[in-house]
Design a protein around this ligand. Sequence first.
Ligand code: CIR
Length: 264
Amino acid sequence: MFINKKILGKQMFTRAIVRKPCKAMLNGLTSASLGLPDYDLACEQHQDYISALKECGLQITELPALESYPDSCFVEDVALLTPNLAILTNPGADSRRGETQHIAAAVREFYPNLEKISAAGHVEAGDIMMVGEHFYIGLSDRTDIQGATQLIDILEKNGMTGSMVEMSEMLHLKTGLSYLENNNLLTFGEMHGHTEFSGFNRIEIDIDEAYAANSVWINGTVLVPEGFPKTLNKIEQLGYKTREVAMSEFQKLDGGLSCLSLRF
Ligand code: CIR
């Protein structure tokens, strides 16, 4: 089995799984009113995203486009990869449920024994934020109590912990939260004042830069969506190296930076 390295108490990532966007992404789920994505530009942005992951030291497994699932490039939602355990989720969105069977083979290459959330419950891993060996699980329209309960049981059987987070305003938990290690947490909207996160050094994201609340720490570098200068500056003030990534075509489908990869 693949074992991650832990340096200075932080999880260092060595690999990522991504999936090429499909042409059917134009029919992807969205609540945004930003127009239809431009497929060619999305592919270009996806290639630059892969370059950014490589710059952070990750080896990439790039899966082919899956035309039968418009949202399938958002691989983060269909599996949770922890250092020693992988769990296939059961997405709350009907149109995304079948994506798990397509990610399974790629994940199994690195984690021979897969756990999974069974049909009684729903989880999308965009609702899961990893902080060391603890996993915060947002109860959203896509992740329910039954799914979160199953997930916590699996985590506990494997020496980790999980807790549920009430939420009502966002698609996924990490739409409004990003853990940048060193106790630093980007927070937006309802997440900022949430009692669950009062022990963190919370960095509040301005409403006009809400999309940048989904930024990603990878091995000391923070990937930040392009075009959000106040957030970029706040992250740099904390001492992080940053790398901007253009995300306009994925933002049109409510997809953020974390959604486009499974990092482990
Ligand atoms: C969806 O609604 O499922 C996709 N259009 C966007 C998924 C974004 N994923 C994430 O936030 N983890």
